[in-house]
Structure formats: C-alpha cells, structure tokens
Design a protein around this ligand. Structure first.
Ligand SMILES: [Cu+2]
Length: 545
C-alpha cells in the first residue's frame, strides 16, 4: 500500500492514537498520559524535603545492632556485636551503608552486607531498607528491614540517644521468598565531643575555666556585640562599671551600622591574639592549616566514615540539633553545618583570607569586621555540639540563658562553642582562632608586598602588633576596663579582691543581656540567641527542586 497522508491519518484514527491527540492538544495529551496507569512520570531532579533531611541526619552515623528470634544474627556473621553504618547525602533521597563486625567495617575489604534503601515516603514511623549480600552471585538482597525510629525512647534517654526497632525478613537467595521474621534493635553511638579527643593540659583547663576568664570573654564580646541595641540608660550603666566597648563616648560596637568603619575589627584581632599569647604556653591546641573536610560517603570509604563519626581526630562536625523554640536558629545551624556550605563558603574564605590581592586592599579594621561577623561566627556554629546541662547531661537546645550564672555552668565540661562564656574552654576554639590569627600575618605580608613600609610592627601589652596608620585604624585596642586586669595581663591594676571583679562582670552582663528595651526586642526576636548566631543563613530551596 502506498503511504499517503490520507492512509496514514486513517490508520491512526483506527488505532485511536489520533483521537486523543486531536482532542486534547499538546499539553493535555501530556496530562492525559501522566494520569494513565502504568505510565511513569518523567524523571525530574528532586531533593529531599526538610522532614527527610532531618530524618537523614538522625539516621546518619554508627549503630550497634541486636537481632533476636529463631536465627540469632545474620547469615555468615557472628551473632553479637555487629555494627550498622547508615549514610545519606545532604539532600539525597537514598539510604546506604553496611552491616558487619566493627573490625570489618574499619578494614579495606568490602564489608559483607550493604544497606540499600530509599527515603521517599519514609518517616520516623516507617523506614525500609534491604541488605545486599557481597557473597551472593548478583549482589542479591538477603534481608529486608522494616524499622521505626523510636521518638519516645530518644526523649526518655537523657542523652537523647536514638533507637531503631523493628523486624527483619530473610530472603531465600534461590527463590526470592521471604522467611520468618526476626526482631531488630539498633542503638546509635553518641558523638564523642572534641574534648574527649584533643588533649589539653591541666594548666590550660584551669586558666580557661576560671570564672573570671569565662566572664571576661563573655562580657568582652557581649558589650561590643549588643552595644548598638542598648538604650542610653543601659549604656550609661555599663559606662559606670567601665565596661563600655572602647573610650567613653567613642565606643566601638562590633555589630550594627558602620561597624566596619569604627575599628572594632582591630579590637577583635588584638584581644584574641592576646588570649593566644596566654594560651599557647599552656599548650592550647595548635591552629588548623585548613578547615577539616566534611564526612566521606560510607559507600566510598566505610572505614573513613566510621573514623569520622567516632571523631577520631576531634575535628569532625558534630551533628546538628533542633531548637523547637527557635526555628530560624534550627535552620541556620543545619545549613552552616552542611557539607555544601563547607564548599560554598568555608573553602572560599580559606582562599580569600590568604589572598594577597584581597588582603592588600583592606584595613585591619575592615578585615577584622568582615572576618568576625562572617567566617568566625560560622566557625563557632559549624563545630558546636548541642548545648547540654553539664551536671545531668540533658540537652538544652537553645543554650544557657546569657545571665544564668548558676554553679553548674562553671563545670569544665561546659565548653559550648556558641556561648562566649564557654567557647574558649573548647579545644576547637584554639584550632580555628589560631587559623584566624595566622591570617593577620598574611595580611601584613600582603601589604608589605604592595606598599612596603606602610605598616610598622610594634609590641603592645606583650603582643606582636602594629602601629596605627593608614591601614590600622586604632592606637589602643579595647581590652575591657583598665581595672579588670584583662586576662591577668602584666602592668595593670586589677580589681581586688577577685570576687568583686567577678560580681561587677556578672552585673554588667545582666545589664547588657537581660534587656527588656523595646528596640532590642524588635531587633532581636529571639533575645537569648547567641551573638555568634545573629547572621544565620536561610534555606533558599525548600523541598523539591
Ligand atoms: Cu572570642
């Protein structure tokens, strides 16, 4: 038959293909086909929504497994002491991992069972995955898991440890049929804080945790962080105690309008360099060369994944946490801790703040302010663990109230990085403040290269420093009132007795932090949120791409 336009159209009409096409038109055909059973929708890039991302972050890590029932244990593995690694990419919808003995999970050879599952439609009430058997012919499924992430158990446990409970069904590798159910439980390993991994000397701990040094560090930051929000009455009260940030009447706020033009960035660099000159002889942990990399994927490097979640070198990013009273804080912490932010921001800053081209264009004050309010705040948050009551270990997601000076917060265990009362007790503080301090030398070198001699070195209060000039805005960096004694610096009369100095600092903190001023309330909707958490990122892509 000759194919003419008429015969083709007639043929199409008979097979009915033309009827819906003509009837619905282009877009309607598409909708029609999508609705037809059995016709899969076109593939799209889809990212995990926020509930899946939060489920993933609870699943990710190392678990100890217990299997009960007729056949104890998994075929080919010992009955007791098995571990489960669970992993899911940041906005991924797949679940991967392994089950094997703790030794095999840390060895180069592929572990026996691989976890494979997806999180589409998953919730804490229902998570499913299969185990693929390395020793089977085609990496066939050998077990099917149906589990629940036990919310009640996690809430009951003071440490908030997650528990997975449910059942396993063995799959016959020959027939694909399932066998009788076995019971399954898994307990998540708690994340060991840096404090357990990075040794510090008793002298360092004694100095860092001394009440006067905790209060000094908190008040030094609070005064300059909150100054721009305080009423004149409160400012005068702080002036009366000598705790205004800078010279009387010419105070230098660190946040708020024009903070990059008042030289407060110089204060930031100098005070922390001064702290480092005290802490280094006490063997404070050394500076990071680079910011530590995010976790490796379990599927690619299971041993590295296990090392990361055991926090072997103390530098792993601790898990994020939910703060029910402050959703913006929850979201900001999640984003700052994410692997993507490491690549979009932290590694970019690591380059920019060593780049002579950038450094030679900025004054010390501009550089200090940019670094303090950006990278520095985010370093404190990225490497922070959920704040806990140091006496009973229970989580305090929103953190210590800034003017709560109950005894328990003075315990050495309280080293929360998002609270300036405790951050310098944490070993990681010295790793990243050491990194920040070394950028000052890069800044000096950059200026020497481009306009030699314009920055002149000097010693100030026992610290290697710089003369004021075209690139250094401030002659006398602010260290607190002369009467305080600033971290026991020599040559300054400290308030005696020490108890009086401590009480003055507590009073000054109450004035600065316990504010009911309308302006402060309006500017800061979560009044107790740490100043380190003032500039929080927000999620730009919610749920589906
Ligand atoms: Cu500090």
């Amino acid at each position: 038959m000759q194919l003419t336009r008429r015969t083709v159209l007639a043929g199409l009409a008979i097979t009915s293909a033309l009827v819906p096409a003509g009837y619905f038109g282009g877009r309607k055909v598409h909708a029609y086909l999508e609705k037809r059973d059995g016709t899969p929708p076109q593939a799209r890039v889809e990212t995990a929504d926020i509930s899946i991302q939060r489920l993933s972050s609870r699943l990710r890590g190392i678990w100890t497994v217990k299997i009960t029932g007729d056949a104890e244990g998994l075929y080919g593995l010992p009955a007791d002491g098995l571990e489960l690694l669970l992993d899911s990419a940041e906005r991924g919808r797949a679940l991967r991992g392994f089950i094997d003995t703790p030794e095999n999970l840390r060895a180069p050879a592929l572990p026996r069972y691989k976890v494979i599952g997806d999180l589409v439609g998953a919730s804490p009430a229902l998570i499913r995955w299969r185990l693929l058997d390395r020793d089977s012919a085609r990496y066939a499924p050998r077990y099917e898991f149906t589990v629940t992430l036990d919310e009640a158990q996690a809430t009951l446990d003071a440490m908030g440890t997650d528990v997975l409970a449910g059942h396993i069904q063995p799959v016959d590798p020959q027939t694909g049929m399932t066998g009788p159910k076995l019971g399954f439980m898994a307990l998540k390993h708690t994340f060991p804080k840096a404090h357990y991994r990075i040794a510090t000397s008793p002298e360092f701990v004694a100095w860092a945790t001394a009440p006067e040094n905790r209060l000094y560090h908190q008040l030094w930051h609070a005064s300059r962080d909150l100054w721009h929000e305080l009423s004149e009455t409160r400012r005068n009260a702080l002036r009366g105690l000598g705790w205004q940030p800078g010279p009387l009447g010419a105070e230098r706020h660190a946040r708020g309008r024009n903070m990059d033009r008042n030289g407060s960035g110089v204060d930031f660099f100098f005070m922390h360099r001064h702290m480092l000159t005290i802490a280094r002889p006490l063997n404070a942990p050394p500076a990071w060369r680079h910011f530590p990399l995010p976790q490796p994927a379990a599927e690619q490097d299971w041993a590295g994944f296990a090392r990361y979640f055991e926090n072997v070198d103390g530098c792993s990013v601790p898990p994020t946490w939910l703060t029910p009273s402050d959703e913006k804080f929850t979201e900001g912490v999640e984003l700052i801790k994410s692997p993507e932010t490491f690549h979009t921001n932290f590694q970019m800053w690591d380059s920019r703040y060593r780049d002579a081209d950038y450094l030679s264009r900025v004054t010390l004050g501009q550089f200090g302010t940019e670094l303090e309010l950006g990278l520095h705040d985010w370093l404190h948050i990225r490497w922070a663990s959920i704040p806990r009551d140091p006496v009973n270990g229970s989580p305090v997601p929103a953190g210590r109230e800034p003017a709560d000076f109950s005894n328990r917060w003075f315990a050495p265990e309280y080293d929360c990085l998002v609270d300036s009362f405790s951050s310098h007790v944490n070993p990681l503080f010295w790793c990243f403040h050491g990194w920040i301090d070394e950028r000052l030398e890069d800044w000096f070198d950059a200026h020497q290269r481009v306009h030699p001699g314009q920055i002149v070195r000097r010693r100030l209060l026992g610290v290697d420093w710089f003369e004021p000039g075209p690139w250094v805005e401030i002659n006398e960096p602010w260290m607190g009132p002369l009467t305080h004694g600033c971290f026991s610096q020599p040559g300054v009369t400290a308030i005696k007795p020490l108890e009086k100095d401590i009480e003055i600092m507590k009073l000054a903190l109450e004035i600065a932090c316990n504010t009911d001023d309308e302006l402060a309330q309006a500017l800061n909707k979560a009044p107790n949120r740490s100043p380190y958490a003032r500039n929080l990122p927000v999620r730009t892509h919610v749920g589906k791409a």
